[in-house]
Write a new protein. Structure first.
Length: 434
């Protein structure tokens, strides 16, 4: 029989260790994917709960208007996203189950092979037991070096047998763990399939409800047009108010810059301070930013996509830019920011530290607050109460007012806008995405 080579087994163990390391990296990546999907599911479920609450509030309003449709659309959107996430998780689970089955099959093969090799080692040792007697085998050596090599060989051979036994035990343990993990994943998959079925039923119900609301809205087209025209005019009034406040702030900053430049000029020339001319003001920069304001401006810019939401919990019910009405053809409404719906009694909070540069009240719309962050401005409108005043320094997440509740439509909705100078930016690009 072929002589057993201990080095061959040591090499095999090294290769097995490398394979195990690769498998552990893959398993770690899958765990991260699974955790990310679970976190996303939790967030979506919270959004759906809020969307359900907002829908209930809307249904309690005196008018069954467009806002009911908006709330339903958001509910449907979140449910579809949740079903997609569940499907993705099921796909991941299927891959893991397939990998487990393959791993179990391979482990069975490894155990069988290890047992066969061990049996060969035992048989070889039995057949040559006389020649392996330590004293006879070692003392029969021709010289000391040969005796040492024979003794070393016996030690390595015994060590190889011990490692073979340990390898069999380890593989059997791995097999038991894989079988247990497989059963757990099958149970998880069954639960996921059950959740998916429930969500699909709820989604179908919401879509049927949406169809009925669309029919009701089409029957009220004339009233809808009046409401939408009012909404358009309110938005125009809000934009004019914001632009007036921004213009006043820019003019104030230009004057400060002009005065600072004039003082510096007179200081250098040694002349007396003279009044600022109109020409000097016009040639000044838009904003006179101090060192601290320049740092704040840069920090705000660096936090794009990381800013906190202006409410503790809310969902965007109308995005930035132009929107076509779902039932009235050719009616386009432009949103300069985003509408965020939240629960009744909710407070608006500042998205970043800065200075309040404008507070105003717009008839028929509500109150409005502007906070400056260097060149950037954040605008909070449709407020019922305001807790700050012009000149106040505010911090991120500081409450600045209470959001107005519309009893007619049963909604609590604020509008958030972000400007850079006189350019409108999409707030969704700036807010933190869970």
């Amino acid at each position: 029989m072929e002589r057993i080579n201990p080095a061959k087994y040591l090499l095999r163990y090294c290769l097995a260790a490398c394979l195990l390391l690769c498998i552990s990296f893959a398993a770690s990546a899958q765990r991260q994917d699974k955790k990310a999907l679970e976190n996303k599911k939790k967030k979506l479920k919270k959004d759906i709960e809020l969307a359900e609450e907002l829908l209930k509030e809307t249904k309690q309003g005196k008018k069954k208007t467009l806002n009911t449709l908006v709330a339903l659309n958001k509910n449907i959107e979140k449910r579809e996203e949740l079903i997609y996430t569940i499907n993705t998780e099921i796909g991941l689970m299927n891959r893991q189950i397939d990998e487990n089955n393959t791993s179990i099959k391979n482990l069975h093969g490894d155990i069988k092979k290890l047992k066969q090799e061990y049996a060969s080692m035992v048989y070889f040792a039995y057949k040559n037991r006389d020649s392996y007697d330590k004293l006879i085998f070692v003392f029969a050596a021709a010289d000391f070096n040969q005796a040492y090599k024979r003794l070393k060989y016996i030690q390595e051979y015994n060590e190889a047998r011990k490692k073979q036994i340990a390898a069999i035990s380890q593989k059997q343990k791995e097999l038991g763990d894989q079988v247990q993990d497989l059963e757990q994943k099958k149970t998880e998959k069954k639960d996921l399939l059950g959740n998916e079925e429930t969500e699909k039923k709820d989604l179908t119900q919401k879509k049927e409800e949406k169809e009925q609301v669309l029919v009701d809205l089409q029957d009220k087209e004339s009233q809808l047009k009046k409401d939408l025209e009012k909404k358009k005019k309110d938005a125009e009034k809000t934009e004019l108010a914001i632009q007036a406040l921004i213009k006043a702030e820019i003019e104030r900053q230009e004057k400060l810059a002009a005065i600072a430049a004039e003082k510096e000029r007179l200081k250098e020339s040694g002349n007396h301070v003279k009044s600022t001319t109109t020409e000097t003001v016009k040639s000044s920069p838009r904003y006179h930013l101090s060192k601290d304001e320049m740092d704040l401006n840069q920090t705000f810019a660096n936090n794009k996509g990381k800013l906190p939401w202006p409410v503790i919990q809310g969902i965007i019910t109308e995005g930035f830019g132009p929107h076509e009405h779902p039932t009235i053809k050719n009616f386009i409404y432009v949103n300069n920011g985003v509408n965020i719906s939240t629960g009744k009694g909710s407070l608006a909070r500042c998205i970043f530290q800065g200075e309040v540069t404008g507070v105003t009240s717009i008839p028929g719309v509500g109150k409005l607050v502007i906070v400056r962050h260097g060149e950037y401005l954040s605008v909070y409108s449709n407020l019922d109460e305001v807790y700050v005043q012009t000149g106040d320094k505010v911090k991120a997440k500081q409450n600045i007012g209470k959001i107005q509740f519309d009893q007619e439509e049963g909604k609590t909705e604020m509008n958030l806008q972000i400007w850079r100078g006189q350019n409108k930016l999409n707030p969704e690009d700036w807010l933190f995405k869970d």
